[in-house]
Write a protein that binds this ligand. Structure first.
Ligand SMILES: *[C@@H]1O[C@H](CO)[C@@H](O)[C@H](O)[C@H]1NC(C)=O
Ligand SMILES: *[C@@H]1O[C@H](CO)[C@@H](O)[C@H](O)[C@H]1NC(C)=O
Ligand SMILES: *[C@@H]1O[C@H](CO)[C@@H](O)[C@H](O)[C@H]1NC(C)=O
Ligand SMILES: *[C@@H]1O[C@H](CO)[C@@H](O)[C@H](O)[C@H]1NC(C)=O
Length: 382
């Protein structure tokens, strides 16, 4: 007779008691384990999230710069870290200011000699430029402990933003005087020539071939692979939460992840409306992007909730620091102050924001790439 059969022979009272005491035992053990896993030297009232100062900052990062998803702003955050900490970035080996010199290439044609070489014995720390993702290639050039990071954006918003940025809205507006600018386009996108820049471009950047955009089983399998390979995928739609999560995972300081918005599309002069049927057609048109977004959105919230200390308090604090930084950085020319001091908090030690910081925070992607390239070439020549 199996051991558990006996359980059901006992009276209901005994069974309840047994279950109750077993549960007490388990809860007690869990509490004890949790308690002992806290560092013993925490001062009274200290917040476990402020322990991050005990971890070691990660310096090896591959950032997949997904188009029109806030990635220029993330580029500034990571590039600033490269500059401030004198790290090595893997830079596309292209002539400065030639077409797409910030784009490494398509996944099927990536080789080691496509990035600027380093001085003997040194290693690359980061890759931050546009590329079509290919893990095999990045395993060849980046260290084994590299942190893989990407960003995604709500596909409908990304589509509208890309359509504005790459001129599609302008083209469509010439023959649509209504706010329903995308109606004709979405009914038959093939009539409008090459649509690559607005068609599943997140999927493209992640390396999904065009021929598989509508192949559900391919896209599903591919997303599983991405899920294993990327340590963190940010959401532009929750950008501040994203940066706080990034800060905690990389063990960086609050100052490291401050930002000013970069390369965002200007507000349209004309009101654009998507009807319900436009939306349905768009969802079909962007099948792979919608799948990617839905997957990583779910994972984002799961990751966010897995922190033992709520991320929202820190995010609010971050927004406040950011506002103060923005107001200082936009007015320091008139003011006589050379810096502002951000006081110590649960999440940061006291730090200054100087005019020098403002200048780097304000740097656009290409000038920053040029500066990092110049620094590297200088070390190559010395
Ligand atoms: C990825 O890069 C490797 C190495 O360059 C290459 O052999 C492979 O074919 C590429 N994969 C894809 C899917 O393009
Ligand atoms: C890379 O370029 C080749 C040739 O132009 C093309 O066939 C392939 O689909 C591209 N790969 C991706 C992932 O876009
Ligand atoms: C769709 O994806 C599956 C799984 O990767 C693959 O076996 C199949 O050949 C693909 N279909 C087409 C038409 O490419
Ligand atoms: C901020 O800068 C001032 C002036 O250089 C300096 O006295 C102060 O110690 C700095 N504060 C911090 C927190 O670094």
């Amino acid at each position: 007779m199996p051991w558990y059969k006996g359980l059901f022979r006992r009276s209901r009272m005994t069974t309840t008691l047994t279950i109750f005491s077993t549960m007490c035992c388990i809860i007690g053990l869990v509490l004890l384990c949790n308690y002992t896993s806290f560092p013993v030297n925490l001062p009274y009232g200290s917040h476990p999230s402020s322990i991050t100062s005990q971890c070691r900052p990660k310096t090896n990062i591959m950032f997949l710069k997904v188009h029109k998803a806030g990635s220029s702003t993330v580029f500034n955050v990571l590039g600033r870290f490269v500059i401030n900490n004198k790290l090595n970035m893997a830079i596309p080996y292209k002539k400065k200011h030639t077409a797409r010199y910030n784009y490494l290439g398509n996944s099927s044609f990536l080789t080691k000699d496509m990035v600027l070489p380093l001085p003997e014995g040194q290693r690359y720390n980061m890759f931050l430029n546009h590329v079509v993702y290919n893990r095999t290639f990045f395993d060849m050039i980046l260290p084994r402990d590299t942190f893989y990071l990407a960003i995604v954006r709500n596909p409908e918003e990304r589509f509208s933003s890309a359509a504005k940025y790459f001129g599609l809205v302008h083209r469509l507006s010439t023959f649509s005087k209504t706010p329903f600018v995308f109606e004709q386009f979405l009914k038959d996108p093939n009539k409008f020539g090459n649509t690559d820049l607005v068609h599943n471009q997140m999927a493209h950047d992640f390396g999904i071939p065009k021929t598989q955009y509508n192949n559900q089983s391919f896209v599903e399998e591919y997303i599983q692979k991405l899920d294993r390979e990327f340590n963190l995928v940010l959401l532009l739609d929750y950008f501040d939460e994203s940066l706080i999560m990034l800060r905690r995972k990389l063990c960086w300081s609050l100052k490291d992840v401050l930002y000013l918005k970069q390369n965002s599309a200007s507000k349209p002069k004309k009101k654009i409306v998507l009807t319900e049927s436009d939306r349905n057609r768009l969802e079909e048109f962007q099948f792979a992007d919608v799948m990617i977004y839905n997957h990583f959105q779910t994972r984002f919230w799961k990751d966010l909730n897995s922190f033992e200390i709520d991320i929202h308090y820190e995010t609010n604090h971050f927004k406040d620091v950011r506002r103060r930084m923005e107001s200082f950085c936009s007015s320091y020319i008139q003011s006589k102050d050379k810096f502002i001091t951000i006081a110590k908090s649960l999440w940061n030690s006291a730090f200054n924001i100087t005019i020098f910081d403002c200048n780097i925070l304000n740097m656009k992607e290409l000038p920053m790439l040029d500066k990092i390239t110049a620094n590297l070439i200088q070390t190559l020549n010395t």
